[in-house]
Ligand binder design. Structure first.
Ligand SMILES: Nc1ncnc2c1ncn2[C@@H]1O[C@H](COP(=O)(O)OP(=O)(O)O)[C@@H](O)[C@H]1O
Ligand SMILES: O=C(CO)[C@H](O)[C@H](O)COP(=O)(O)O
Length: 549
């Protein structure tokens, strides 16, 4: 690859609160410069920008202007930080949160530009959860009709996805629905802005748009949901583009925004979690990448097609062309630790952490690390934000068993970390039981900084952990896709091998601790089965909801 030794690609990761650009050398994946742009409107949850229009609970919107600002600011700043000649940039790739989806005109104009006072005209962020009732109806009808696509999503689709959100628009603001020519993932919309051509990537279409075996849910199914929904799929993409493919070339206008040469390759859009596999060079069957942060997403290519209970989805070519791509998830991980730090720690601990110059997380970790496995006498269920896999039930809640008058904050903190590791083991075992082998567990994301936590995962999973070598996995992954789109490598696997970064066996399980964890895990499973049917936890939630009026 010496011909590429002085050419560069740019990866742009559009997150929940900000967008990040990274400049990467094509020959070896070296990250030379990066810049972040915080979105001006962040997550729109209370009031529509520039209006008095208030939003209902569970709404979460975003502004397309914030995304374009990332191209205008973070990209040129990253190039400047890298100190490279922009003329040497040969391609740009992007990834987005998903399902973040917007209604647009036939020319790509977001409807919120025409009618900013209409909530449904705005892009719905992935965590917009106000379409749960619509998702419930889709699931019930699909189960009743035996729709063949339903098992591809572990038996349930999410309220976060395209069909649930679009049905909400139709039923709550039919006029906006009627004006929607294109219902498009932000992942594809941003690529449209860069290239001037509309493309639809297989990843979001498959995981978020129920595209399976060459088609969307049938018109008959959609009519049964609501006759007005019959023609919905005409607003989606009909021809899908492969990951790593060339979506188009940078337009003169977008060259003006970014300061990059007009005509460079723009990669087909992608999802932040899935593109991280390339960054970790984990794009072969059985390499499960866990992107561990506030929540954890698990993605894994495989040559086996199976119906794994409670997975988020399995999509042909969904991570790399030629393989099935699986996704599963834990809806609360770092968020649970944050909840405990914010609510479960006395002032004396906060003071002690401050005196030591440590975060409360780091302080609790240090105390917890001094214990032997099981010493706290606790076992917990990691369902404080519901359970995505394997139970797919957002109405479950957290459980901590075994507390006594001598239970200390570090005990609970450790038990919560262990609970998330047990949740991960449950997912791995569910895949394997369904006939999809997990050969390697590769950790990525913000929680890598907690080495004690990573060791617990190795011990609980009873397997070596590999770790990604970059702390900006999605942006690096997007840059790798850009290199493929630009023709610098033949495919994602080759580009990932040259440019991705992974440390094998970064954490090895300790036999004695793993044995001790087996006993605790058995108790976790018992609790999981007992509370997992929801009888008690749903009742508690109902009582809470009644009490809150
Ligand atoms: N030392 C730590 N140990 C464990 N969890 C931590 C620590 N520091 C921060 N966290 C948790 O990490 C999460 C943030 O992870 P990060 O990957 O940066 O974010 P995101 O998932 O939003 O990209 C927060 O939920 C926070 O509670
Ligand atoms: O569900 C997703 C992928 O399937 C979202 O993209 C993801 O959960 C958003 O993650 P983050 O908050 O880390 O940007």
């Amino acid at each position: 690859m010496s011909a590429n030794s002085d050419s560069y690609v740019i990866g742009v990761d559009f997150g929940t609160l900000s967008g990040r650009a990274v400049v990467v050398r094509v020959s070896d994946g070296a990250e030379l410069g990066t810049a972040v742009h915080e979105y001006t409107h962040r997550v729109i949850e209370d009031r529509l920008p520039g209006t008095d229009v208030r939003l209902a609970p569970d709404w979460a919107l975003q502004s397309p202007h914030d995304w374009l600002d990332v191209l205008r600011t973070a990209v040129p700043e990253a190039v400047a930080a890298a100190g490279i000649d922009p003329a040497r940039v040969i391609g740009l790739g992007t990834d987005f949160t998903a399902c973040t989806v917007l209604p647009a005109r036939a020319d790509g104009t977001p409807l919120c530009e025409e009618t900013p006072e209409r909530p449904h005209a705005w892009p719905k962020l992935w965590k917009h959860h106000a379409a749960q009732a619509h998702a419930d109806r889709i699931n019930a009808l699909a189960a009743e009709r035996g729709e063949t696509w339903l098992p591809r999503y572990g038996g349930k689709i999410s309220s976060e996805w395209q069909f649930a959100k679009a049905l909400q628009v139709l039923e709550e603001d039919p006029e906006v629905y009627a004006r929607t020519d294109r219902w498009i993932e932000a992942a594809d919309w941003i690529v449209w802005q860069l290239t001037g051509v509309e493309t639809r990537n297989v990843c979001t279409a498959g995981y978020k748009g129920i595209f399976q075996d060459g088609g969307y849910p049938s018109a008959g199914f959609l009519t049964a949901l609501n006759p007005g929904f019959a023609g919905f799929t005409a607003k989606l993409g009909q021809e899908l583009s492969p990951l790593g493919g060339l979506a188009g070339r940078l337009t003169a206008q977008a060259a003006g925004w970014t300061g990059l040469p007009e005509g460079i390759a723009i990669a087909v859009g992608n999802v932040d979690a899935h593109v991280t596999s390339a960054a970790a060079d984990a794009v072969r069957p059985g390499q499960m990448v866990a992107i561990m942060g506030t929540s954890t997403c698990h993605v894994m290519p495989s040559d086996q097609l199976a119906e794994v209970p409670g997975m988020c989805g399995v999509v042909r070519d969904g991570i790399v062309p030629g393989l099935w791509g699986y996704e599963a998830g834990q809806s609360g991980v770092g968020d649970i630790f944050a909840w405990f730090v914010d609510n479960g720690v006395p002032a004396s601990y906060t003071r002690a952490a401050e005196e030591r110059g440590l975060s409360v997380h780091a302080y609790l970790t240090e105390l917890a690390a001094a214990q032997r496995v099981g010493e706290h006498g606790l076992v917990a269920l990691d369902w404080h934000n519901g359970n995505r896999s394997v139970l797919v039930d957002h109405n479950l809640s957290g459980v901590i068993v075994g507390q006594t008058l001598s239970t200390r904050p570090e005990d609970v903190y450790r038990a919560l970390i262990e609970a998330t590791a047990f949740g991960a083991r449950m997912i791995v075992e569910t895949f394997e039981k369904a006939g999809v082998p997990v050969e390697e567990f590769v950790a990525a994301g913000g929680l890598l900084k907690n080495r004690f936590l990573m060791q617990i995962y190795a011990d609980v999973l009873r397997r070596p952990l590999s770790v990604i070598g970059s702390d900006q996995g999605p942006a690096l992954g997007s840059a790798i896709h850009a290199a493929v789109a630009a023709g610098a490598y033949a495919d994602i696997q080759q580009a990932a091998a040259a440019m991705g970064t992974r440390r094998d066996d970064a954490y090895l399980p300790d036999e004695a601790r793993a044995d001790a964890y087996d006993r605790l895990y058995a108790e976790y499973r018992t609790l999981h089965d007992y509370f997992g049917d929801g009888r008690m936890l749903h009742t508690l939630r109902a009582i809470r909801n009644e009490a809150n009026g």
